[in-house]
Design a protein around this ligand. Structure first.
Ligand code: GLN
Length: 449
């Protein structure tokens, strides 16, 4: 038993809670899917550190079906860019079933890449490459998301091929509106193959975690798509991933998600985790009944709803004070009076846009008006590019207002600070320790610095 087994326990509890649900039936419009074991129920979760947790039938193979769609959309966005992809397929929730004739009046574009019409077009957009045909690229890309080589379930592929008249009809209809980039028969064949790629719930959780982790597979460390592409795919999953149930899903579960008719379901906690379930019986929208129930409960139980941010992540500013309050301050005399004039702001953690705003506000609040200020970044772990520009701009403004600003930056997080020099005509004093920085400011006040 290890401590992290507590995470496995929570998946097992969800499994136990919903394993007995008897509603729904496995899809049978693709005859091979009707053979699935209705009792199979697997859950898996992958963290941003690549830790993998699972319960139940998490290593039972099944076909991706529509869960392939967001990943192929990611591939298309990576290869062609958002503008080109958007010429062919939209990003509006259709509010309709997955197999609806969803074509925008006027342009004929399918509403989005999560419904079949849009997914068939998206698949058709993937170009052949020298020595690598489009399908091999698709298979390879999905494998990088999963962190292992995947293969096709030929029986499921054949089963959908011989019965897939509706998708074929959709493809012809799309061609008639002028928004089908390749031959419709070829497009549908490739799409059926993509739907028949075999995965497990653990694979799906890894794929979902890759989208959560800015396009980097947290298990293999490979950058599969850019962070920008991953964010866009999540946006479309959030609004369209659950078809005509997307609004209700976002309302209740609050996570970008994608369902498939073989019983797979993924959900993504951006920058937090990827989760997946497998259970073949489906509800009326073509989503897994048990998967839906388990993820809805999981979201509520663990407070995972995206729009729910009850607490700000850690506090950025740990101390706003004047130097006389520090343990290193002289106990009396002129020296102490000088220390009373020096404002001190201590920050910690990683600094992004929101955290930088807090630091800048604290700098304004610190110490007596116009007095020198020390910004201590000793416990700051990172400063992103947006926050860096904000901090430097803010520090330059202080200096231009006549305040003396010094930084404690032993790790050189503020870089060369050219921006400050450019805007103020001077360099900020930079120190290795807070005591040194305070002493420097006090000496400057005394006219010695
Ligand atoms: N291959 C299936 C189809 O096109 C995928 C549908 C789904 O999973 N929602 O009908």
């Amino acid at each position: 038993m290890s401590a992290a087994d507590a995470v496995t326990d929570s998946l097992q509890n969800l499994r136990a809670q919903f394993a007995g649900v008897r509603e729904g039936r496995p899809a049978d419009y693709i005859p091979q899917l009707a053979l699935a074991d209705p009792d199979a129920f697997g859950l898996a979760l992958v963290s941003m550190d690549g830790h993998r947790y699972s319960a139940g039938e998490a290593e039972v193979p099944f076909t991706l079906q529509s869960v392939s769609k967001p990943f192929i959309y990611a591939l298309a966005l990576s290869l062609l860019g958002l503008d080109e992809v958007s010429r062919w397929v939209g990003a509006e929730p259709s509010g309709e079933a997955f197999n609806a004739i969803s074509l925008e009046p006027g342009t004929g574009r399918p509403a989005n890449a999560m419904v079949n019409a849009g997914a068939i077009v998206t698949t058709a957009l993937i170009p052949d490459a020298p020595g690598d045909d489009a399908f091999r690229r698709i298979l390879h890309c999905l494998g990088r998301f999963a962190g292992r080589e995947l293969d096709v379930d030929e029986e499921v592929f054949r089963s959908e091929s011989v019965t897939g008249d509706r998708n074929r009809a959709l493809a012809y209809l799309i061609r008639s509106t002028g928004t089908m980039p390749v031959d419709p028969v070829l497009a549908v064949d490739r799409y059926f193959r993509q739907c028949a790629i075999r995965v497990t719930a653990l694979d799906l959780a890894t794929m979902a975690a890759t989208l959560a982790y800015g396009g980097v597979n947290p298990v293999t460390g490979e950058q599969v798509v850019s962070a920008e592409v991953a964010a866009r795919v999540l946006a479309v999953m959030a609004t369209c991933g659950m078809y005509d149930g997307s609004g209700d899903w976002l309302l209740r579960v609050g996570l970008p998600a994608k369902s498939g008719v073989s019983g797979g379901l993924i959900a993504v906690g951006p920058a937090r985790f990827g989760v997946a379930t497998y259970s073949p019986p489906l509800d009326s929208t073509g989503g897994s009944v048990r998967g839906h129930a388990a993820l809805e409960t999981m979201s509520r139980r663990y407070g995972l709803h995206l729009m729910l941010n009850p607490a700000l992540p850690g506090s950025t500013v740990t101390l706003v004070t004047t130097a006389d309050d520090l343990p290193s301050a002289p106990s009396a005399g002129h020296e102490r009076v000088l220390h009373e004039q020096v404002g001190v702001v201590v920050a910690q953690g990683s600094i992004d846009f929101t955290a930088a705003e807090r630091v800048l506000y604290a700098l304004d609040e610190s110490g007596p008006d116009g007095g020198p200020v020390v910004l201590d970044l000793h416990d700051v772990t990172s400063v992103d590019s947006v926050a860096l520009a904000m901090l430097l701009t803010g520090l330059a403004r202080l200096v231009n207002d006549g305040r003396r600003a010094a930084v404690v930056d032993p790790n050189g997080l503020l870089g060369a600070m050219e921006l400050v020099r450019e805007r103020t005509g001077q360099d900020l004093p930079r120190h290795a320790t807070r005591v040194e920085a305070v002493e420097g400011s006090a000496r400057a006040l005394a006219g010695e610095g």
